[in-house]
Ligand binder design. Structure first.
Ligand SMILES: [Zn+2]
Length: 337
């Protein structure tokens, strides 16, 4: 374990020759490794060739996490279902049609776990961790008004609320809201537990990209960010997963460009995790994300805050995947191996 670990989220977006990606992968990882990055987290839906990527990471001694999502598992994954008039209502009120995988379904869970097992079997000796992204239902903001109406969800509503479709009044009832949230959290947790047992049996760590807003943290709920949570409304009770040892490391996506928001959200995470923060909390810092851009000085300020809080490291997110030298110099300044 490094003393202060700086990791990167990667998607191979810098690769131009998709038929022979190895050289560009190796060059990129080698450069980042020289600047002090010791862990790379690769997004499997975009990796092009995981074999090449593993080889490139190994050639420069970079730790490697395989990042998977429920949607990645299969084209058969069932996503949120709504009648067409409800989709139109979502589009007219929120400006988007959000339809991520439904977390309440056993069939979705089985596909995801089978995909993870396959990766662990084939690549277990070449990766260090499994990493879960989008380990939740999609967006709290849209779930409040547009809960999934797939057959499984309708069956749950029928059993617990006596009706297959929730009325606006029911959706405001605290007891109904509690039960809806509890069902989501229970179902997603079951998936995470399955992942943890796969990780354990292959001697891998399990980490997750966590919503920055757990319950009532500062948040941005307007487009194009669409709200960062609250995590628990989406079924992602990561504080509970940490308590119960279901995950090993948490990377909350604290990409705020407003320093006050960044710090207040970070304090929430430290409060939630208590002593565990010093071993498992690796705040995600945005270089450039849907929340905007942080300059090299902004990134330095954030890394310094995390380091001064005695946390074990950070994860950097940059949607282009490319770090100019001025960002790399910051990495070099703070990374400890
Ligand atoms: Zn559903």
């Amino acid at each position: 374990m490094t003393k202060f670990r700086i990791g990167i989220w990667d998607h191979c977006r810098y690769v131009t020759d998709r038929r022979a990606p190895y050289d560009e992968m190796a060059r990129h990882l080698e450069r980042m490794r020289q600047w002090g990055v010791t862990l790379t987290n690769i997004y499997l839906p975009e990796v092009i060739s995981l074999d090449d990527y593993c080889r490139a990471a190994a050639s420069c001694g970079m730790e490697l996490e395989a990042r998977i999502t429920p949607e990645w598992a299969s084209s058969a994954v069932v996503k949120r279902q709504l009648p067409e008039e409800e989709w139109q209502r979502m589009e007219s009120t929120l400006g988007i049609r959000l339809s991520g995988p439904c977390g309440n379904r056993e069939d979705n869970r089985e596909l995801f776990l089978a995909g993870a097992e396959k990766i662990a079997c084939e690549y277990g000796s070449r990766i260090n961790s499994l990493h879960l992204d989008f380990i939740r239902n999609d967006n709290a903001l849209t779930l409040m008004d547009f809960p999934c109406q797939c057959d499984v969800c309708k069956g749950l509503y029928k059993r617990f609320f006596g009706t297959e479709v929730l009325t606006p009044e029911m959706r405001k009832d605290p007891a109904v809201l509690y039960k809806l949230t509890a069902l989501r959290c229970k179902s997603i947790r079951k998936t995470v537990e399955g992942m943890k047992s796969i990780a354990n049996s292959h001697s891998l760590r399990l980490s997750i990209a966590a919503r920055a807003n757990y319950v009532n943290s500062a948040d941005i709920t307007v487009p194009p960010v669409w709200g960062l949570g609250p995590a628990v409304l989406e079924g992602q009770d990561w504080a509970e997963w940490a308590d119960d040892g279901v995950v090993d490391e948490l990377f909350p996506m604290n990409y705020h460009t407003d320093l006050e928001l960044f710090e207040s959200v970070l304090k929430d995470h430290q409060r939630l995790l208590g002593e565990k923060a010093s071993s498992m909390l690796f705040p995600g810092i945005g270089v450039e994300s849907s929340m905007g851009k942080n300059s090299p000085a902004d990134v330095a300020e954030r890394i310094a805050i995390v380091k001064n809080s005695s946390l074990p490291g950070v994860m950097l997110f940059n949607k282009t995947n490319i770090y100019s030298d001025d960002y790399c110099r910051i990495i070099k300044e703070y990374a400890e191996e």
